[in-house]
Design a protein around this ligand. Structure first.
Ligand SMILES: C[S@@+](CC[C@H](N)C(=O)[O-])C[C@H]1O[C@@H](n2cnc3c(N)ncnc32)[C@H](O)[C@@H]1O
Length: 221
Protein backbone atom coordinates (compact mmCIF):
# COMPACT_ATOMS: atom_id res chain seq x y z
CA UNK A 1 0.00 0.00 0.00
CA UNK A 2 1.34 3.47 -0.87
CA UNK A 3 1.92 6.20 1.72
CA UNK A 4 -1.09 8.16 0.43
CA UNK A 5 -3.40 5.11 0.57
CA UNK A 6 -2.34 4.32 4.12
CA UNK A 7 -2.80 7.92 5.28
CA UNK A 8 -6.22 8.00 3.62
CA UNK A 9 -7.33 4.88 5.47
CA UNK A 10 -6.35 6.28 8.86
CA UNK A 11 -7.89 9.62 7.99
CA UNK A 12 -11.25 8.06 7.05
CA UNK A 13 -11.28 5.95 10.20
CA UNK A 14 -10.33 8.89 12.42
CA UNK A 15 -12.84 11.29 10.85
CA UNK A 16 -15.66 8.91 11.79
CA UNK A 17 -14.41 8.77 15.38
CA UNK A 18 -14.06 12.56 15.52
CA UNK A 19 -17.50 13.04 13.98
CA UNK A 20 -16.09 15.37 11.33
CA UNK A 21 -17.21 15.13 7.74
CA UNK A 22 -15.16 16.29 4.78
CA UNK A 23 -15.92 16.19 1.07
CA UNK A 24 -13.83 13.72 -0.98
CA UNK A 25 -12.05 16.78 -2.44
CA UNK A 26 -11.11 18.07 1.01
CA UNK A 27 -9.93 14.63 2.18
CA UNK A 28 -7.90 14.32 -1.05
CA UNK A 29 -6.28 17.71 -0.42
CA UNK A 30 -5.33 16.72 3.11
CA UNK A 31 -3.71 13.52 1.84
CA UNK A 32 -1.88 15.51 -0.88
CA UNK A 33 -0.69 18.03 1.71
CA UNK A 34 0.58 15.27 4.02
CA UNK A 35 2.36 13.63 1.08
CA UNK A 36 4.08 16.95 0.29
CA UNK A 37 4.94 17.34 3.96
CA UNK A 38 6.55 13.91 4.01
CA UNK A 39 8.46 14.62 0.81
CA UNK A 40 9.89 17.95 2.02
CA UNK A 41 10.12 17.07 5.67
CA UNK A 42 13.72 15.86 5.70
CA UNK A 43 15.37 18.38 3.37
CA UNK A 44 13.64 21.32 5.08
CA UNK A 45 13.62 19.95 8.66
CA UNK A 46 9.84 20.31 8.93
CA UNK A 47 8.71 17.39 11.10
CA UNK A 48 10.27 14.30 12.61
CA UNK A 49 7.14 12.19 12.12
CA UNK A 50 7.27 9.88 9.08
CA UNK A 51 4.97 6.99 9.87
CA UNK A 52 1.66 7.23 7.92
CA UNK A 53 -0.44 6.44 10.99
CA UNK A 54 1.31 9.05 13.12
CA UNK A 55 1.16 11.64 10.35
CA UNK A 56 -2.58 11.04 9.90
CA UNK A 57 -3.33 11.17 13.63
CA UNK A 58 -0.85 13.68 15.10
CA UNK A 59 -0.92 16.10 12.21
CA UNK A 60 -4.25 15.80 10.35
CA UNK A 61 -6.72 14.50 12.95
CA UNK A 62 -5.25 16.55 15.79
CA UNK A 63 -5.62 19.66 13.60
CA UNK A 64 -9.15 18.67 12.51
CA UNK A 65 -10.20 18.26 16.13
CA UNK A 66 -10.25 22.07 16.57
CA UNK A 67 -12.37 22.85 13.50
CA UNK A 68 -15.76 22.50 15.20
CA UNK A 69 -14.62 24.96 17.89
CA UNK A 70 -13.66 27.72 15.46
CA UNK A 71 -15.90 30.69 14.71
CA UNK A 72 -18.00 30.13 11.56
CA UNK A 73 -16.93 33.41 10.03
CA UNK A 74 -14.09 35.88 10.16
CA UNK A 75 -10.34 35.59 9.81
CA UNK A 76 -8.35 32.97 11.72
CA UNK A 77 -4.62 33.12 12.42
CA UNK A 78 -2.37 30.14 13.12
CA UNK A 79 0.45 31.58 15.24
CA UNK A 80 3.70 29.59 14.87
CA UNK A 81 2.25 27.33 12.20
CA UNK A 82 5.56 25.53 11.47
CA UNK A 83 4.75 23.01 8.75
CA UNK A 84 1.15 24.29 8.58
CA UNK A 85 -0.30 22.67 11.68
CA UNK A 86 -3.05 23.17 12.39
CA UNK A 87 -3.57 26.10 9.96
CA UNK A 88 -3.20 24.36 6.61
CA UNK A 89 -5.56 21.56 7.61
CA UNK A 90 -8.05 24.15 8.93
CA UNK A 91 -7.88 26.01 5.63
CA UNK A 92 -8.66 22.82 3.69
CA UNK A 93 -11.56 22.02 6.05
CA UNK A 94 -12.88 25.63 5.87
CA UNK A 95 -12.18 26.63 2.24
CA UNK A 96 -14.41 29.71 2.40
CA UNK A 97 -12.78 31.18 5.50
CA UNK A 98 -9.82 33.58 5.52
CA UNK A 99 -6.88 31.82 7.17
CA UNK A 100 -3.46 33.30 7.95
CA UNK A 101 -0.43 31.09 8.63
CA UNK A 102 2.47 32.84 10.36
CA UNK A 103 5.85 31.56 11.41
CA UNK A 104 9.19 33.12 12.25
CA UNK A 105 11.15 30.61 10.17
CA UNK A 106 11.74 30.93 6.44
CA UNK A 107 11.84 27.25 5.40
CA UNK A 108 8.36 26.27 6.58
CA UNK A 109 6.93 29.45 5.07
CA UNK A 110 8.52 28.64 1.67
CA UNK A 111 7.13 25.10 1.91
CA UNK A 112 3.63 26.32 2.80
CA UNK A 113 3.61 28.88 -0.01
CA UNK A 114 4.53 26.14 -2.46
CA UNK A 115 1.98 23.67 -1.01
CA UNK A 116 -0.85 26.25 -1.10
CA UNK A 117 -0.11 26.77 -4.80
CA UNK A 118 -0.07 23.04 -5.56
CA UNK A 119 -3.37 22.56 -3.70
CA UNK A 120 -4.97 25.61 -5.33
CA UNK A 121 -5.97 27.20 -2.00
CA UNK A 122 -7.50 30.66 -2.11
CA UNK A 123 -7.90 33.30 0.59
CA UNK A 124 -4.90 32.11 2.56
CA UNK A 125 -2.10 34.42 3.78
CA UNK A 126 1.27 32.83 4.49
CA UNK A 127 3.64 35.21 6.24
CA UNK A 128 7.13 34.99 7.68
CA UNK A 129 7.13 37.11 10.83
CA UNK A 130 8.00 36.88 14.49
CA UNK A 131 4.75 37.76 16.19
CA UNK A 132 5.32 40.42 18.83
CA UNK A 133 8.51 41.79 17.25
CA UNK A 134 7.46 44.56 14.90
CA UNK A 135 5.36 42.08 12.98
CA UNK A 136 3.19 43.34 10.11
CA UNK A 137 -0.01 41.64 11.34
CA UNK A 138 -3.17 43.73 11.67
CA UNK A 139 -4.25 44.54 15.25
CA UNK A 140 -7.81 43.79 16.42
CA UNK A 141 -8.52 41.87 13.22
CA UNK A 142 -8.86 38.14 13.96
CA UNK A 143 -11.89 36.25 15.25
CA UNK A 144 -9.60 33.48 16.48
CA UNK A 145 -5.88 32.91 16.99
CA UNK A 146 -5.11 29.20 17.13
CA UNK A 147 -1.74 27.80 18.13
CA UNK A 148 -0.12 24.42 18.75
CA UNK A 149 3.21 23.68 20.44
CA UNK A 150 4.47 27.28 20.36
CA UNK A 151 4.64 28.55 23.93
CA UNK A 152 3.08 28.52 27.36
CA UNK A 153 -0.26 30.28 27.79
CA UNK A 154 0.97 33.61 29.27
CA UNK A 155 3.27 34.42 26.35
CA UNK A 156 0.76 33.08 23.85
CA UNK A 157 -1.93 35.38 25.27
CA UNK A 158 0.43 38.36 25.23
CA UNK A 159 1.18 37.70 21.57
CA UNK A 160 -2.37 36.82 20.50
CA UNK A 161 -4.56 39.30 22.41
CA UNK A 162 -3.55 42.47 20.48
CA UNK A 163 -4.40 40.68 17.22
CA UNK A 164 -7.89 39.62 18.29
CA UNK A 165 -11.17 41.42 17.76
CA UNK A 166 -12.93 42.33 20.99
CA UNK A 167 -15.12 39.20 20.76
CA UNK A 168 -12.27 37.04 19.42
CA UNK A 169 -10.55 34.26 21.32
CA UNK A 170 -7.31 32.33 21.60
CA UNK A 171 -7.53 28.57 21.06
CA UNK A 172 -4.39 26.89 22.42
CA UNK A 173 -3.87 23.20 21.59
CA UNK A 174 -2.28 21.49 24.56
CA UNK A 175 -1.33 17.99 25.69
CA UNK A 176 -2.79 15.97 28.55
CA UNK A 177 -1.40 17.90 31.51
CA UNK A 178 -2.67 21.42 30.93
CA UNK A 179 -4.41 21.81 34.31
CA UNK A 180 -1.51 23.43 36.17
CA UNK A 181 -0.69 25.69 33.27
CA UNK A 182 -4.31 26.86 33.11
CA UNK A 183 -4.43 27.50 36.85
CA UNK A 184 -1.21 29.53 36.79
CA UNK A 185 -2.47 31.47 33.78
CA UNK A 186 -5.77 32.38 35.45
CA UNK A 187 -3.88 33.72 38.46
CA UNK A 188 -1.63 35.84 36.27
CA UNK A 189 -4.47 37.10 34.02
CA UNK A 190 -7.56 37.25 36.28
CA UNK A 191 -9.30 39.58 33.81
CA UNK A 192 -9.52 36.83 31.15
CA UNK A 193 -12.25 34.23 30.67
CA UNK A 194 -10.75 30.75 30.36
CA UNK A 195 -12.43 27.51 29.39
CA UNK A 196 -11.01 24.14 28.39
CA UNK A 197 -12.04 20.83 26.83
CA UNK A 198 -10.26 17.52 27.21
CA UNK A 199 -10.57 14.77 24.63
CA UNK A 200 -8.72 11.78 23.20
CA UNK A 201 -7.43 11.55 19.67
CA UNK A 202 -8.92 8.87 17.42
CA UNK A 203 -6.91 5.67 16.76
CA UNK A 204 -4.07 6.30 19.23
CA UNK A 205 -6.19 7.51 22.16
CA UNK A 206 -3.61 10.21 23.01
CA UNK A 207 -5.05 12.78 25.39
CA UNK A 208 -5.37 16.43 24.41
CA UNK A 209 -6.64 19.67 25.93
CA UNK A 210 -8.04 22.65 24.05
CA UNK A 211 -7.78 25.89 26.01
CA UNK A 212 -10.01 28.87 25.11
CA UNK A 213 -9.06 32.36 26.32
CA UNK A 214 -11.07 35.55 25.88
CA UNK A 215 -10.54 39.04 27.20
CA UNK A 216 -13.36 40.00 29.57
CA UNK A 217 -15.76 42.58 28.05
CA UNK A 218 -14.46 45.28 30.40
CA UNK A 219 -10.73 44.59 29.96
CA UNK A 220 -10.50 45.62 26.28
CA UNK A 221 -8.49 42.36 25.90
C1 LIG B 1 7.40 23.38 17.85
S1 LIG B 1 6.98 24.31 16.44
C2 LIG B 1 5.26 23.92 16.24
C3 LIG B 1 4.82 24.09 14.83
C4 LIG B 1 3.36 23.69 14.57
N1 LIG B 1 2.44 24.61 15.21
C5 LIG B 1 3.09 22.26 15.00
O1 LIG B 1 2.33 22.06 15.94
O2 LIG B 1 3.66 21.34 14.38
C6 LIG B 1 6.92 25.98 17.04
C7 LIG B 1 6.91 27.00 15.91
O3 LIG B 1 6.55 28.27 16.43
C8 LIG B 1 7.31 29.25 15.76
N2 LIG B 1 7.30 30.44 16.62
C9 LIG B 1 7.66 30.53 17.93
N3 LIG B 1 7.47 31.78 18.38
C10 LIG B 1 6.98 32.51 17.33
C11 LIG B 1 6.60 33.87 17.16
N4 LIG B 1 6.67 34.76 18.17
N5 LIG B 1 6.16 34.26 15.95
C12 LIG B 1 6.07 33.39 14.93
N6 LIG B 1 6.42 32.08 15.03
C13 LIG B 1 6.87 31.66 16.21
C14 LIG B 1 8.66 28.61 15.55
O4 LIG B 1 9.36 29.22 14.49
C15 LIG B 1 8.26 27.17 15.23
O5 LIG B 1 8.11 26.95 13.85
Amino acid sequence: MSFAEEVQQYLEKGLKELGVSLTPEQAGKIVSFLSLLREFSEPLGLTAIKDPKEIAVKHALDSLSVVRHLPDKGPILDLGTGAGLPGMIIKIARPEQEVWLVDARKKPISFLTYAAGVLGLKDIRIIQATVGRKDPLPRGYFNCVVSRAVSELPLLWELASPLLKREGFLLAMKGPRAGEEIEAFEKKFPETIVDFKEFTLPITGDRRTLVFVKGSPSSGN
